[in-house]
Write a protein that binds this ligand. Structure first.
Ligand code: KIV
Ligand code: ZN
Length: 514
């Protein structure tokens, strides 16, 4: 059955993307990403899994209340309890969607669910019928669909569409499919599900073999009209299909793909950077479209060609995806108005108080760094806005270190607005800072990883630090940036501790079926 050529972009950065190890986000961070996703033009935001934890419920509810244009989906297992919770979280959304799922492959039925095919079919229909009693926007996913018996898959899809599902999703949950085979499976499902004209067929691919985007595009060619994706391809294990790859493949090869999306491609790069800076998951430099090298031409012959005509070696213009080459933005003498205009042009939507906070931080940075670039503004917004409601907050830092000095750090920080001060030694300045912070906060996290890079070019660039911390089995990432790399390290460490605090009080109980 032929459907329209418009592909619905269903973004699951906040749900499947958050399942990337250590990528847990707090509600304010999720909301910030959701606002950016709406600006980017996604059709559906999967905001979370409300039954997983109280924190997830609150974040989904908050996002549902704020989105004006896009649909907000909540994931739930095929149980009345989960579905009720999902609906409670999204009921006030302008366009709510319930997304319920159950596995359909024999291996999942036998070993995980211990259910027969008949029982799974019955549960799926019951779940969709119950979800449809709340809203007419119901999505059903056949988990491990790519490894399910195709005839059974069609039987389940037919039954859930009859029960009220308006989208049926075929996930390649374990990233096992290959494009040609997946295209055939999608064609089979399109042909052999008699009421397929009453629903949209969606696909959701994982990247275990590096084929998630190829499989998604193959499925679109076969008639799928919803692609489930994440920014930067983050997600469970090797991740999900990346939004930027699917959208730019469709946009760059219109003769091959007549399908289109509603994405404003110029917002792709800023969104990628925001997600990376909030989750702490770095974008690999050679990553397609959003990697630091995606538009960098190293070979002389390429550079020469690009200068003569960019299309000799560039299939996409960097500006099309929002990459502005090292844009010189602002300096010490730039005023409030210039900064606010720039922030608005970048697609941020900040309140007056937030703008004032960023302006203060901007002035402080401009005293120490000659030119403030795009990357610096993103970091200022993240430091200044997203961290304001945290438990631990750095107020003062002084270190002594050098070839003949035993490293030593003095730190003042607030714990829920109560000032604490202390000083400790370490085997290096960063060790001394971390020891002092851990003593003052009475935390015992283990530092699993520490990375540092320069945010922009030049010796006056801000240092950008990422730490990975673990405490009592909970893992969290922390990020910090500052022209002083020891301060950046302290900020990253404190950010990591704040995330651990959040996770301690909002444990993410991943249901065993996910
Ligand atoms: O990978 C998967 O199967 C999922 C479903 C819940 C859609 O994430
Ligand atoms: Zn998934």
């Amino acid at each position: 059955m032929k459907q329209e050529n418009r592909v619905t972009i269903f973004d699951t950065t906040l749900r499947d993307g958050e399942q990337s190890p250590g990528a847990s986000m707090n509600a304010a961070e999720k909301l910030r990403i959701a606002i950016q996703l709406e600006l980017l033009g996604v059709d559906v935001i999967e905001a979370g899994f409300p039954a997983a934890s109280e924190g997830d419920f609150k974040a989904v509810e908050m996002i549902a209340g704020k989105m004006k244009k896009c649909q907000v989906a909540a994931l739930c297992r095929a149980s009345e309890q989960d579905i009720t919770k999902a609906w409670e979280a999204i009921k006030d959304a302008a366009f709510p969607r319930i997304h319920t799922f159950i596995a359909t492959s024999d291996i999942h039925l036998e070993y995980k669910l211990r259910m027969s095919r008949e029982e799974v079919l019955e549960s799926a229909v019951k779940a969709v019928t119950y979800a449809a009693s709340f809203t007419d926007n119901v999505e059903f996913s056949a988990e491990d669909g790519s490894r399910s018996d195709p005839a059974f898959l069609c039987k389940v899809f037919e039954a859930v569409i009859d029960a009220g599902a308006t989208t049926v999703n075929l996930p390649d949950t374990v990233g096992y499919a290959v494009p040609e085979e997946f295209e055939k499976l999608v064609s089979y499902v399109m042909k052999n599900t008699p009421n397929m004209d009453k629903a949209v067929l969606s696909v959701h691919c994982h990247n275990d073999l590096g084929l998630a985007t190829a499989n998604t595009l193959a499925a679109i060619r076969a008639g799928a009209r919803q692609a489930e994706v994440t920014i930067n391809g983050i997600g469970e294990r090797a991740g999900n299909t990346s939004l930027e790859e699917v959208v730019m493949s469709l946009g760059t090869r219109p003769n091959y793909f007549p399908e289109s999306t509603g994405i404003d491609t110029t917002k792709i790069y800023p969104t990628s950077r925001l997600v990376s800076s909030i989750t702490g998951i770095m974008v690999q430099p050679n990553r397609a479209i959003v990697g630091a090298n995606a538009f960098a031409h190293e070979a002389g012959i390429h550079q020469d060609g690009v200068l003569k005509n960019p299309m000799t070696y560039e299939i996409m213009k960097p500006e099309t995806v929002g990459v502005t080459k090292n844009a010189l933005v602002l300096g010490k003498h730039s005023g409030r108005h210039a900064l606010y205009t720039h922030i608005a042009e970048k697609g941020y939507n900040l309140s007056d108080d937030e703008l004032s906070t960023v302006f203060e931080k901007f002035k402080h940075l401009a005293d120490r760094k000659k030119s403030i670039l795009d990357e610096d503004i993103d970091a200022l917004i993240n430091e200044g806005i997203l961290r304001s409601a945290e438990v631990f907050c750095l107020k003062y830092l002084h270190i002594a270190s050098g070839t003949t000095v035993h490293p030593y750090a003095s730190v003042h920080l607030t714990i829920n607005d109560r000032m604490v001060k202390g000083a400790t030694e370490g085997n290096g300045p960063i060790d001394a800072v971390f020891n002092t912070i851990s003593r003052l906060t009475d935390t015992k996290s283990e530092l699993l990883r520490f990375t540092i890079s320069a945010l922009t070019e030049g010796t006056d660039a801000q240092g950008d630090v990422t730490v990975r911390l673990s405490e009592d089995g909970i893992v969290a990432l922390g990020k910090g940036s500052d022209p002083d790399i020891i301060t950046a390290s302290a900020l990253a460490y404190i950010n990591g501790l704040n995330r651990l605090e959040y996770l301690k009080t909002n444990p993410v109980v991943k249901p065993e079926t996910l």
